[in-house]
Design a binder for this molecule. Structure first.
Ligand SMILES: C[S@@+](CC[C@H](N)C(=O)[O-])C[C@H]1O[C@@H](n2cnc3c(N)ncnc32)[C@H](O)[C@@H]1O
Ligand SMILES: [Zn+2]
Length: 197
């Protein structure tokens, strides 16, 4: 017992004391993240678009930084692995939420953490928010004045590949029927027209 116990408590950053310190540091880090994930402007509630959504709890003026999208930074390889796992789950259950957000060419953010309220924003073809990447952080800003009680949405910007896997239920007058980024709407319209003819 003596030797290994002594080594564990040796105070060189390793061993039991080191582990305790590391755990305390991680706990503090998590608490800080949870604080950062909070917003005075919105809360999660059941959504008419899909599952749970995020709703304004006060009037929000245009251009306001509403909430930060937080999560685990992962490289593209890990991101691909997680996205495939989610697609497999989708095939089994018929539904799977994707919480992976592109940060830059090298990194993505997996926001699938229960305290990351921003992960619950649904997509809309007529969104009232947009996501902005600042340095290595992602924030959601209001695109227009938003009234207390409105659901917050943004354009997921999904590309056209596999569009049929993502039907859109946003319910807006502009809805194109699928969760596809505005940049791909023209191509989507062409593909849908071809399918009809
Ligand atoms: C990041 S989650 C958003 C939160 C989700 N409502 C929930 O309860 O977990 C993304 C998933 O929500 C669903 N979703 C988001 N916007 C949608 C929309 N406009 N129409 C249909 N489903 C939508 C899709 O299943 C999508 O993969
Ligand atoms: Zn739509």
């Amino acid at each position: 017992m003596g030797k290994s116990a002594k080594n564990k408590d040796s105070g060189h950053g390793g061993g039991a004391k080191g582990n305790l310190k590391e755990r305390a540091r991680k706990r503090r880090q998590l608490e800080q993240l949870k604080e950062r994930a909070k917003s005075e402007y919105c809360e999660a509630r059941s959504s008419e678009i899909h599952g749970t959504g995020v709703y304004a709890i006060k009037d929000i003026p245009v251009g306001k930084k509403i909430i930060e999208y937080l999560g685990e930074r992962i490289d593209k390889e890990e991101s691909e692995r997680r996205a495939n796992a989610q697609m497999e789950l989708a095939e089994k259950t018929g539904d799977a939420a994707v919480y992976i957000f592109t940060l830059n060419k090298k990194w993505d953010i997996d926001g699938n953490m229960p305290w990351n309220t921003a992960r619950l924003l649904n997509h809309s073809c007529a969104p009232n928010c947009e996501a902005w990447i600042e340095e290595k952080q992602i924030f959601l800003y209001s695109l227009r004045d938003i009234a207390d009680g409105e659901e917050l949405t943004f354009d997921y910007g999904f590309d056209i590949e596999n569009y049929e896997d993502h039907p859109c239920l946003c319910g807006s007058a502009e809805c194109v029927g699928y969760i596809v980024g505005r940049d791909f709407w023209k191509e989507l319209a062409e593909r849908l027209a071809k399918k009809k003819s």
